[in-house]
Ligand binder design. Sequence first.
Ligand code: SAM
Length: 253
Amino acid sequence: MRRIDYDTEQYQDYARGRALTEQQLQAWISAFAGLLPERRPLAGLDVGSGTGRFTPALARAFGPVTGVEPSVRMREIAQAQSQHPGVRYVAGAAEDMPVPSGSADYALMFLSWHHVQDKPRAVRELARVLRPAGRLLLRSNFSDHIPPSGWWLEHFPRGFEVDASLFQPLHEVIAAFTSAGWRVTSFGTVTEPSSGTRGDTLQRLRLRTHSTFALFTPEELEAGFRRLEQAIAADPGAPAPVDPATLLTLERR
Ligand SMILES: C[S@@+](CC[C@H](N)C(=O)[O-])C[C@H]1O[C@@H](n2cnc3c(N)ncnc32)[C@H](O)[C@@H]1O
């Protein structure tokens, strides 16, 4: 996929455009809790932590978390917004993390895997930083699981096709890990509560903090937003539809 540079794109609006309600955040934390060991504290890594949407909530639920994030601007926003004594943010990427070997019980990669340029290197680096039996919670879309999360995509010309082009098929992601000795512990979906009204969602989508928007032509963007506005105009106060989001969990042996 085209590399998205979060130091020049999206960073100003990401926190607003992709804000989660407290109920949505809790739905994710509960899902993660069901996939992680019960003991506390757990040492966590939030790899591609962005503006820290999840990092403080992970620290509250499980124990100290290091957010690893390559974009200076995204990290600055996280540092300014998401304060928690159990959270620290460091410069790094999935391929190269400034954290000791075998130091983490789990790593979360929430919509960051598809941005990783050198995936075999990231698989090795994730195995290095996790303890034996450490878990990777990999929230991603997969090109062979259509429709992906994003009910609004159907209004954009080639919407599903463009979105799918950002992601690998599930078997390819699984093979990248299992060929390096990992095992799959679960694959399922998490359904977040609604993010608010359809009108609210339209306002957030206009901020274009989804990488999919970078792949549409200007004409497709214009047509898509026009159709979406028309569809929403009938009932802007209706709750935004909810989409199941795919979550793959892998264990380092
Ligand atoms: C869609 S945002 C997700 C941020 C955060 N996980 C969230 O859910 O709000 C993708 C993030 O991945 C980061 N990223 C890009 N390349 C990366 C890499 N090689 N390793 C880790 N993160 C990366 C980006 O800088 C960006 O902050």
